[in-house]
Design a binder for this molecule. Structure first.
Ligand code: CO
Length: 251
């Protein structure tokens, strides 16, 4: 999982350098898929079929690229261009050596409104605060509550119907990792558990991300922007080990 996590981080580092106004989201996806295959790994999301859901088409791409009011699962397209002023959430998973890694970052393109920059910064902080609680002996509710409290203290809204997850030989394993909840609740965390923590936080009042029937992309109910950061971590005594840490910077 260290190997697959490190590769996910390298993909996002590469995309962070490449992304620029005028690019299509399909171009980002092609860059990511090539990079992953060049490193003898397989994109986790490509052809993914959510368990228990019927009538959903297998996910058709390597990345999820979700722009502005799109919360998650934006499908890359040769018709979709990223522009100055957009916030672009890029989510990537890779499968290598029998295990998955999964991480996401929201990139900011050029000048954006100060409140949208604040949303992006606070969502990143929510991830760090969640990770800080993800230590052996704590219960999962400490992670969820830390994320929720930080987001709410800025008046932002937590997207409640999308959650983080256990991760390992499957992309999505138990437990679900909500971005809201009560302290002193949920499963007890033990050293060696691996989970993906992924706050999705919105600027408006929307508490759900909604999809049109048959579509993958999920958007805020009020059309306000949403940000998303994700790390795959291993629970340890004292402090979590972040498996998808950027090889180049603070992310
Ligand atoms: Co995930």
């Amino acid at each position: 999982m260290r190997e697959s996590g490190a590769l996910v981080a390298r993909v996002l580092d590469m995309l962070q350098l490449e992304i620029a106004p005028g690019m299509t989201t399909k171009r980002l996806d092609d860059l990511a898929e090539q990079f992953i295959r060049d490193h003898h790994a397989v994109p986790s999301f490509l052809n993914y079929v959510p368990k228990g859901e019927v009538g959903v088409t297998p996910y058709p791409a390597t990345l999820c690229v979700s722009i502005n009011e799109e919360v998650v699962h934006g499908v890359p397209s040769s018709k979709r261009v990223v522009r100055e002023g957009d916030i672009v959430s890029v989510d990537c998973g890779v499968y290598k050596g029998g295990y998955h890694g999964d991480a996401a970052r929201t990139f900011v393109l050029g000048e954006i409104a100060p409140e949208v920059q604040k949303l992006v910064d606070v969502t990143r902080e929510c991830l760090d605060l969640g990770i800080a609680q993800a230590v052996a002996g704590n219960r999962l509710g400490e992670v969820s509550a830390a994320i929720e409290e930080h987001a709410r203290s800025f008046g932002f809204s937590v997207i409640e119907n999308m959650v983080g997850h256990g991760i390992g030989s499957e992309l999505h394993e138990d437990p679900a990792v909500p971005n809201y909840g009560r302290r002193n609740s949920g499963v007890r965390l033990r050293s060696g558990m691996t989970i993906a923590i992924e706050p999705m936080i919105a600027l408006g009042r929307s508490r759900r991300a909604v999809s049109k029937r048959g579509a993958w992309v999920a958007v805020t109910e009020d059309g306000k922007p949403s940000a998303h950061f994700e790390h795959t971590i291993a629970i340890r005594e004292g402090a979590a080990e972040v498996l998808t840490l950027s090889q180049s910077g603070k992310d």
